[in-house]
Design a protein around this ligand. Structure first.
Ligand code: GH3
Ligand code: MG
Length: 538
């Protein structure tokens, strides 16, 4: 084969590979849409059709991994059909897992196996900002993170772009093309769409409540003010547009009547919500720790203990103070309902309840609780988990590792001579380094790893299913690459390093002891000269 033919052969192969990727996206898009309402037969048919096409392409173009996933999805969809079109918690979880894997599955290039993420949405993000220069700069930064951004200079350009294709998301300046006109523009566009586009507003000045209200009414998911920080923006867009982020809601149903519980489960499952039932309330606390529900539905009257008593017990645990509790009961005495609500409940639904009403209540409550939790457990500078929550995650991961007989590693990182950075370059530069290490860790670790900001310039990482040697390899690679980052500064660019200590879970070791070992290893790394990774030596 001539070199020319070789090239065109490669290009052809690449072209077909793109077809598979495109079809995978299609499947993921239908899946994402299904998260918003109760599933219908038509939805299932569309899903199934898109998936079959993926299977055919993947088989024809030799993409074994995609073909396997498509087969698994087909299998689950058929199981739903065999179940008289009913979803079950097991099937929802199965489908969700397959979709997450699909969104992460790369392609085989030639013969060498290359694990890459699915390319970013081919759709661009439209940037409609008053300040054209800012928009250009932002677009460049977004591109270096794998997003395609298209700055638009005028309302006409915006309309033209919208007519040509719909973007993955819109970033709109409230004052784009004139004071307050950005708002009107976004509203006009959204009104014409059946499926609203992810919309993020920006205002250079701090804005008043009426403006924010107007933004909310156009379906805005986010409102930024002040300087528009690229990494924050990128992170929000990723969350709004990535399917992989989606986790089905989990609801724990506590009801002594098996029939009633099954009914509740069926209704919730039909909307893609994962459920688990307890008919014996006494087990509730064990189940809570294991299942980690987003919301709890309690029967008011049970023989062993009443719903309100159980709610009180649950609320005594600090970890569960913010999990919404909904009472479900035939009780229609308003006074008794109010009494029950003051005992740690969030809502009261009377039986028989319309399925739509139940689903809507659960969705709104669970969404709000997740948002609230995200604020409570995350550090505001970096968006990483805070100290307390990281320790909780470590505890949960340790008990899972023990149960499944899998290894678990815990790493602690501390930036070297960070005081000097603050002293010589100023505190804002210090903050920038902290934020960039946070983003760096997020990009380079697995989705299943938990990353926390442990203290000022100290970080912690929980690595499930990982032994100390593997964790060391991963973190040492991150250490080397992080040291290569240059932060522009006068008179000299700044570079930073970090030290890291690693410990592995062993029999008889609890989370606190494991964390202490990692800390000791970190101390050894500092003592040994910094800019290195050390494993705990007993
Ligand atoms: P070592 O290599 O031994 O870790 O030296 P170090 O200078 O990094 O350690 P030390 O603990 O003495 O100093 C840490 C400094 O980090 C002190 C504190 O002012 C600074 N710091 C803590 N939190 C923040 C933060 O959020 N932003 C900034 N800019 N600085 C912070
Ligand atoms: Mg330090």
């Amino acid at each position: 084969m001539s070199e020319h033919e070789d090239l065109s052969h490669d290009r052809l192969k690449n072209h077909f590979a793109q077809r598979v990727i495109h079809q995978a996206r299609q499947v993921l898009e239908v899946w994402q849409r299904l998260q918003q309402h109760e599933w219908s037969g038509a939805d299932m048919a569309e899903m199934s059709e898109a998936n079959i096409r993926l299977l055919r392409y993947a088989e024809r173009f030799g993409q074994a991994e995609h073909a396997d996933l498509a087969r698994a999805i087909d299998h689950s969809l058929n199981a739903v059909l065999a179940n008289k079109g009913r979803l079950s918690s097991g099937l929802i979880s199965e489908l969700n897992l397959a979709m997450q894997r699909l969104s992460r599955t790369g392609l085989r290039h030639g013969d060498q196996f290359e694990q890459t993420f699915l390319p970013p949405l081919r759709k661009p993000v439209y940037l409609a900002l008053e300040d054209g220069e800012r928009a250009e700069r932002l677009a460049q930064q977004m591109e270096s993170f794998g997003l395609i951004a298209q700055p638009l200079g005028s309302a006409d350009a915006f309309h033209a772009a919208m007519a040509e294709r719909h973007p993955a998301a819109i970033v709109m300046d409230v004052d784009f093309s004139g004071p307050g006109r950005g708002l009107a523009l976004a509203e006009a566009v959204q009104q014409k769409l059946e499926q609203k586009l992810p919309l993020l507003f920006y205002s250079h000045a701090d804005t008043d409540t009426p403006t924010r209200l107007a933004a909310v009414r156009t379906g805005a998911q986010e409102f930024f003010t002040g300087t528009l920080d690229a990494s924050t923006l990128i992170e929000r867009i990723e969350i709004l547009t990535r399917v992989a982020q989606y986790e089905p809601y989990r609801v724990l149903v506590v009801d002594d009547s098996r029939a009633q519980a099954t009914h509740t489960e069926r209704v919730l499952n039909s909307a893609g919500i994962v459920t688990r039932t307890l008919t014996e309330p006494i087990q509730a606390l064990d189940e809570l720790a294991e299942f980690q529900p987003d919301l709890i539905i309690l029967d008011m009257y049970m023989p062993e203990c009443s719903g309100t008593e159980l709610a009180k017990v649950i609320r005594q645990h600090e970890r569960y103070v913010s999990v919404p509790i909904i009472y479900l009961s035939a009780e229609d005495d308003l006074d008794k309902q109010l009494d029950a609500m003051s005992e740690g409940g969030d809502d009261f639904l009377t039986k028989p309840i319309k399925p739509r009403h139940l689903i809507a209540t659960v969705r709104t409550r669970a969404t709000r609780a997740r948002n609230l939790k995200a604020r409570m457990v995350r550090d505001s500078l970096t968006g990483l988990y805070n100290h307390t929550y990281t320790l909780q995650l470590l505890e949960d991961a340790a008990s899972r590792a023990r149960r499944d007989g899998k290894p678990l590693a815990f790493a602690m990182l501390d930036i070297d001579h960070f005081k000097k950075v603050n002293d010589s370059y100023g505190h804002p530069m210090g903050d920038r380094v902290i934020k960039s290490l946070a983003l760096f860790l997020k990009q380079r670790l697995r989705k299943t790893d938990y990353i926390g900001r442990y203290g000022g310039e100290e970080f912690a990482v929980v690595l499930p299913d990982t032994d100390a040697a593997t964790a060391t390899r991963v973190l040492d690679d991150i250490r080397r690459r992080f040291a290569e980052i240059h932060y522009p500064a006068q008179p000299l660019d700044l570079t930073c390093t970090f030290s890291c200590g690693i410990a592995e879970l062993e029999d008889g070791l609890d989370a606190a002891a494991l964390s202490k070992r990692a800390d000791q290893a970190l101390y050894a790394a500092k003592h040994g000269g910094r800019n290195r990774v050390e494993i705990y030596q007993g």
